[in-house]
Design a protein around this ligand. Structure first.
Ligand SMILES: Nc1nc2c([nH]c(=O)n2[C@H]2C[C@H](O)[C@@H](COP(=O)(O)OP(=O)(O)OP(=O)(O)O)O2)c(=O)[nH]1
Length: 133
């Protein structure tokens, strides 16, 4: 059986990375992740990511490039991450999250990331654009 893909966004703004705190389910609540969600049948990852970021954060966004790699989550689920450019809107925790935080390069480790997200977050942090971009 092939694993189901969860797509998540490395959303950057002024040299900071967006982190989102999950509000559910109970075993994940309070832990931080990259916003995104599961691919629906027939959906391409980029489409799924645009849809999820619209639903969860209320923003319009454009996937820019995939961060190479694929990270196992729970059995049957793997995480893929795209860098994302925000086109419009200010991210708000509308669904699945109860807090958002923009983290600069020195702040990446100040939130309690989901254990399984740490390698992906490290890759996302390595690609943080300079503050002017
Ligand atoms: N979005 C996201 N989910 C993650 C990350 N790390 C991680 O283990 N997960 C898990 C949590 C969930 O079990 C699953 C993603 O499902 P979800 O609940 O966010 O997605 P969804 O909106 O498509 O959910 P659903 O209600 O259709 O099941 O992957 C991450 O960085 N981002």
């Amino acid at each position: 059986m092939t694993d189901r893909v969860v797509v998540a966004g490395a959303v950057y703004d002024r040299g900071r990375l967006l982190a989102a705190r999950r509000s559910a389910p109970p075993e994940l609540a309070g832990r931080w992740e990259l916003p995104g969600g599961k691919l629906e049948p027939g959906e391409r990852p980029e489409q799924a990511l645009v849809r999820e970021l619209r639903e969860e954060l209320g923003v319009e966004a454009r996937p820019v490039e995939r961060i190479p790699g694929e990270w196992p989550l729970m059995p049957g689920l793997v995480l893929q991450v795209w860098t994302v450019r925000l086109l419009s809107g200010e991210p708000r925790p509308l669904e699945d999250h109860d807090e958002l935080r923009w983290l600069g390069p020195e702040e990446i480790h100040t939130v309690d990331w989901l254990d399984q997200d740490r390698p992906a977050v490290a890759e996302a942090a390595r690609r943080l654009p300079a503050p002017g971009r």
